[in-house]
Design a protein around this ligand. Structure first.
Ligand code: F6R
Length: 369
């Protein structure tokens, strides 16, 4: 039941401190400050040459974020592809590839077909699923669970952050097994992950600040989302969330791609949401904000470093709205900053009066292609 919440989506967004914690507990040992022994026993990432992630929609974006983590901390190459493309082309698979299906339901037709294709090629397969008895869970060699609990809202929220929690934990396990990090660094990353539940609770306190800017967003016809690094796929997820539940057209771009075309879209009627927690790319993203503001664009910047945003002069300053988020390690930032992105879509949709839990034309589980 929804309890005090207006929608299941709102309830599920607020459940994330617990759902992320539950999921982390399945992968991390809080006493040893390492990936759990049973997780490491089930797979040796030294025998994995490459990971091929296949997924759809929000699960695909979780996979794209995982690519940044696996390649950075574990030095393990990851490719990510939407299952509907993967299954109908003829992908060239290198030996030692792990086919990894990421799916809340474990039943999505395209993802299941892609998983079956990998099996047919003789690849080792894994399924990261929220429904542990699903077809993908049964058919893959290895089942990695998420513990989001039942997700009722059609737009995925807590399943997405549970996927990120599991995938980032697996990246730490892979890094340790492959000798990319020592025990001290493993302990540090595990500690970072174990603190995300508290940071997500902190991010939920952004709710009134986020809500305040959404009336204006709800009047827009188009919204642009920008991010760099792992914030780029989070920008894509933010745009998807807004489209799904508010029916406002939204697109996500890598912030560095702005000048290669999308900047032509910038005008005073097209709000730009910039996801920019403080990390090694912050200055670059901040300069993109200036480019947008200089063209009269209205910017909503979600960051923990407002003091580092270069001050804008004149009219440009008036169009910049900053929503302050929690300070966190860049490794876990996608998990924490998923929250304001979800709240932004939610409150915008509430202003528009759309059916948040049952958006038009969408089904929770897409078991036909
Ligand atoms: C977006 C959303 C969809 C699903 C996609 C995959 O909010 O819910 O994009 O993520 O249909 O579904 P699963 O994860 O069940 O394979």
């Amino acid at each position: 039941e929804k309890g005090a919440y207006r929608h299941f989506m709102e309830k599920e967004v607020h459940e994330q401190p617990e759902s992320v914690q539950r999921t982390l507990s399945a992968y991390l040992d809080p006493v040893a400050k390492s990936a759990r022994a049973d997780i490491k026993a089930a797979i040796d990432f030294n025998s994995v040459a490459r990971i091929q992630i296949i997924a759809c929609g929000t699960a695909y974006y979780a996979g794209c974020i995982a690519k940044y983590a696996f390649e950075k901390v574990a030095g393990l190459p990851v490719d990510v592809e939407v299952a509907s493309e993967f299954r109908y082309r003829t992908p060239a698979m290198t030996p030692g590839t792990l086919g990894l299906a990421v799916s809340q339901s474990g039943e999505t037709a395209d993802t299941l077909a892609a998983l079956r294709w990998c099996k047919g090629e003789g690849l080792k397969t894994a399924a990261l699923v929220n429904v542990h008895t699903s077809t993908m869970a049964r058919e893959a060699d290895l089942m990695w669970p998420t513990h989001a609990g039942p997700e009722i809202g059609v737009a995925s929220t807590k399943a997405f952050t549970a996927q990120l929690a599991a995938l980032l934990s697996l990246a730490v396990a892979a890094a340790a097994q492959r000798g990319r990090i020592d025990a001290t660094e493993e302990a540090r990353l595990v500690q970072c992950l174990l603190e995300t539940s508290g940071l997500i609770a902190e991010a939920l306190l952004m709710d009134p600040d986020v809500q305040r800017i959404t009336y204006e967003l709800s009047k827009a016809r188009d919204v642009i989302y920008l991010g760099r690094g792992a914030m780029y796929p989070l920008a894509l997820e933010g745009a998807l969330k807004l489209k799904e539940i508010s029916y406002i057209h939204a697109e996500g771009y890598a912030a560095g791609e702005l000048k290669h075309g999308p900047i032509a879209l910038i005008d005073e009627n097209t709000p730009v949401v910039v996801i920019a927690p403080d990390d090694e790319l912050f200055e670059k993203t901040a300069s993109n904000v200036q480019e947008v503001a200089a063209r009269g664009g209205r910017v909503v910047m979600i960051t923990d470093a407002p003091q580092k945003v270069p001050s804008l002069s004149g009219d440009a300053a008036k169009t910049l709205k900053i929503v302050k988020g929690p300070t966190c390690d860049p490794f876990v930032a996608p998990l924490v900053y998923a929250v304001p992105i979800q709240l932004l879509a939610y409150h915008t949709a509430v202003h528009k009066g759309t059916d948040v839990d049952q958006p038009r034309n969408l089904a929770k589980s897409v078991t036909v292609e």
